[in-house]
Structure formats: C-alpha cells, structure tokens
Design a binder for this molecule. Sequence first.
Ligand code: MSK
Length: 665
Amino acid sequence: MVKSIGCDKCNEITGASTIDLLNQDLAKQVRTAYDRLEDRGMSACLFGSGGTCCRICNMGPCQIIDGVDTMLGICGATADTVTARNFARIIAAGTAAHTDHAREMVRGLIATAKGETPHEIKDVEKLHRMAEFFGIATEGRDRNEIALELGEKALAEFGQQDGTLTMLKRAPRKQQEIWKKLGVEPRGIDREVVEMMHRTHMGVDQDYRNIMLQGVRCSLADGWGASMLSTELTDIMFGTPVPKRAIVDLGCLKEDHVNITVHGHEPLLAESLCMAAEDEDMLELARKAGARGINLAGVCCTGNEILMRRGIPVAGSFIQQEMVLATGAVEAMVVDVQCVMQSVAQVVKEMHTDIITTNYRAKMPDAVHIPFDEHDALQSAKAILRHAIGNFKKRGNHYIPRDKKFDVVVGFSHETINYMLGGRFRASYRPLNDNIINGRIRGVGAIVGCEHFKYADDVHFKIATELIKNNVLVLATGCAASALGRRGLMRPEAAAEYAGPGLAEVCETVGMPPVLHVGSCVDNSRLLIALTEMVNEGGLGEDISELPACGTAPLYMSEKAVAIGQYFVSSGAHVIFQNLPVQGSKKFSEFLFKGMKDLYGATWDVEEDPVKLAQKMIRAIDEKREALGINKKQDRILFDMAMRRQIEGQALPGMGCGGAGEPHV
Ligand code: MSK
C-alpha cells in the first residue's frame, strides 16, 4: 500500500506551500523519505550512531563498548581509536566531495580561459586578487592569459606533494603560526585525503590524537584549499554574488512554462542551462510545444549557486527534492553530483517527468542519462532542454501551490558584506567591528549545512530567531539558508519583526535582512574570509578564536557538513551540532569537546534542543566578548538623523529599508 506523504513530522515542515501540496491527492500517492523512515520502524544502531562500529577490516565488523575489555575489536582496537577513525573518515569523505567539485571548477576555468566553453571571465577584479595570491603577474596581460595561469597553478595544488597550499596565507597570521607549530598545514589537497584514508586503515594510526592531527590537516585542505578555490574561481567565471531579490518556494514553478529543476552542486551545468534557456531556438521549441517559455528553478546547492548569482528561484532544498517532483508539474529534474536521493527516479515513475543524470560519476537506475560536456557546454545543455521540452505536452495531473511565495534578498558574499557596511568608496569591515564593539551587534552566528528527515523543519528557524532576537547577526549557507529563506528571515522586514533592538537598528539603517544568505555549502569558505577580515580590521583580537562568533550545522546529513565543521574548529571557530557520531568514546568525545581548545582555540559541542543550542552559541559569543573586554552593558543608542544619514551614505545603492534593488558593487 502506498502510504500518505502527510505524516506528522512532514506536516511540520517547510511552510504553507508545502503543506498545501501535501494535501493534494497527487502528492499523497508519493512515497518519500518520511515514509521510508517510518517503514524502517527501528531506531538507529547504537554502535553506528555512537561511532563504535568498526567495519575497517574483515575480521569484524566489531562492535566496541567503551571500557569493556571483552568488547574491544578483534585486533584490540579501543573505542577511542575506532571512533576517531570513523570520524576522520567522515572528514575525508566530505573533503573528497568538495575536492572533486573544486577540481571540476578549476578545469572549467582553464577551459574557459582557452575559449573552450561559452563562459567568460566575469570578475576581473577578483581574478587579479587571486593572481596576486598565486604570484601571477597581471600588468598588461589579457584576462584569459591570467586565468589560464591561475587555473593551472590552482590545479597543481590538488596533486602537490610538499610545501603548503597558497590560500593558507589568507588566514590571520596567528592562525597560520598555530598550524605551522602543530604541523597540520596541508601539503596538497588530494594528498591529505589519501593520507587520511591510509592512516585509518587497519593497523596504522592507533592514537586518536594523532589521527585527528591528520583530520585537522585534511579539513584545512578542504576549507582553505578545495572549497575556497571552488568559490573564488566560480566567482571569477560567473560573477561574485551581489544582493538581489528572489523567490525560495515551491510556488516558483509555472503553470504555462516548461519547468526544469536543476539539482546538485557544480554550477558549470546550471550556468550552461541558464544560457541555453535564453536561446531563441529553445524558446521557439518551447512555444511549439504549447508553453510560454522555459522556467528554470534550483534545488539544493545548485539552487543556491544560481539564486545567488542570477536570482533564479529555488524550488526546494534537500528535504523538498521529492516534493518538488510531487507537484507533477516538472518536465525534468537535471542532476549532477551530491545530495541527490535515489528515490527521485521512483517518485516520477508514473509521471511525465524525467530525472536526467548528466555526470559520468553519478548515474542512477530509471533515470535518463544525457552527458554534460563542459567543452561542448551549450550543445549539451540544449540536448537536455530539448528532452525536457518534449515532456511538456505529456504533463498530466499536477498541482502548483499558489499560497505563498517567500521572497528573499540573497547574494551576501564576503565582498558584499564589506561594501554594504563600509560603503562603496570605503569598503571595510570597520562598521561591523564597531557595531560589535559597541554592542549593537552581539556577535556573528553561522547557520550552515543540511536538513534532516528525522527532525522537524523548524530547527533552523528556532535557532536563527533566538540568535537574532539576542542581536546576533546570522550568516547562512547551504540548505540551512534555503530553510531560513522559506521561513521569511531573509527579508529586510524580518529585522523589525524578529531582531533585537541593536541588530534591528543596524539592519534597518543599512536595509539588510538579519539573516544573510552567503551561498552554497562549498561557499562556507566565504565565512572563513569574512571572519579573517574581521580579525584583520582590528579591535576583536588577533585570530578567529578571539572573535565573538560561533557556528552550527544543526541538521547535518552529509559527510561534507562534518568536514566543514572541522575546518571551522581547526580555524579557531567554536562549532555546535545537534549530534555527532562520537559519543561511544568518552576520551575521544572529551578531546573534541574540550581538548581541541588547547590546540586550536576552539572546540566542537553538541546540543539537541534548538533553542538551547542557540543559547549555547550566545554564551560562547558572550565569553569572547568578556575576554575582549567589550561585554559591558551599553545603553541602547538610538540613532539621530545625523548618524542615520552617515550610515545611509554607506548603504548599498538600492537597498533602502523594505526593498532591495540590484545594486552594483
Ligand atoms: S546540498 S550537503 S544537503 S547543505 Fe549542499 Fe544541502 Fe547539505 Fe547537501
């Protein structure tokens, strides 16, 4: 029997339009992750969720009980070793995903510089800045020539065997010294993933502290290596995001258009589809099929990429991928890599919709495979569009929710934050630092990462509202950002509705939302740079560990989220998750939750309850304020007209209260 999509847990999710959809007969026929969760009818294995199930060699699997001599691994491995190995392998897997994504973006830049793609170098200023880091001459040189040299040097860092990664030198000096002293500076991106896998092989590294030295090195190869390269080179090719209004809602699908959703992570595919969808031949084909046009919408982090750069709506985040299809109004879901559930091909089995896989690394039974070749990007994209357009006439019973279309203001790259608060001509983090020092803004909270079917969808909302109520500015990425957008926190008006007086005053004056959308999951590297800029601006300590800042990825699902969490801890930022698979080892948990502080100035922490989690973040921020000597209670300062005029002079053009245009920065 097909079970209803409308179980208790999913009725709590994702806002009015999703609930509206779930009440339709068509959607009720669709089996989702919620149904499968219920069907499994068993709770998670304690050994697996505690990190003490060892499947590394074939003498096991061994289930270890901490402190029980008869429950060691057959090889004698303790709970500490097994938990550390499993945790480190999660970091390696997450890093590998970001690394492979980044490699494709670097290869895309090289192909673009050679004129082999339809793309072009859009952000020349960033190209020059990156060239400077890599010691590449720019004077009098053509942008493609510089981009080619940059791409080749960046590509070499993946296979590099010795030395350190170039981007590490962007970190605060004190941070770099800590890494050097501990010997955890990554040498090459791929090398750290390989060494992590080797050291956690049977019979190699059996000291949890030593395992985690490599865990840290591997995570840094992700954050300050692969992810940062990916973000910066993608910006160079497709443009650095600037604020724009857009929609994050299922209701962005259009009745009279060919609806194509793009799901996954690597923006080369999505950008090419965007270009092809504007092609007159494609539009004519759509009209011939009876549609008024082609409507592209994003899902998951591909959605975040084209949302940030092009203002193209996000139809749904990770948790909604099946629901987007349950509308019956999507002609094709085009996917590449990461976070695509195998169930999507089953959801559409009785529908006209096709799941189109495009990447040789990621195929799926019951999907159509149309390879995407970046060297022939437009033709590949057109072949995909033609297939989707061909499905339009077959569209049958469908339902597009109409109730609500949550609009959001997105596009807050670290450069935008710089310009937004510092003004176009005096770009700087000074006003942000000053507002933190004077207490209007208590600190910065990052809410990043995934969504999770085991938990209600309001976890991100509860954390964010608790933070902003207490004057903590929130920066969000990934599916967490989509979830917060859906809940209305990315409108400038949300400042008056939810933020404490100090934060509301700053937001209203500048015209920004209290929760800033900073990008996709790979773009967490933007947060590393934003934190570094705050350190470099002065007045808030000498490294990231002194900043009144704290991060969370509460609903982590993907291994990438753990790699991200670890690169923040390794960089000095305190990180709190709802849970981590380490509780099976007392010593290893203590090392993550306390011991790391002595090494990196920051630790992991866990807290299940979202409001308590937010309060822990606030306490961590207050401790930093106390240590910096800026935690004295300050009277609320009401801005007089002169002060407002001064800050308004710094606001982004077109971003007055209650509305954002398309400013250029
Ligand atoms: S897509 S990794 S569910 S953020 Fe980046 Fe979303 Fe997490 Fe996938």
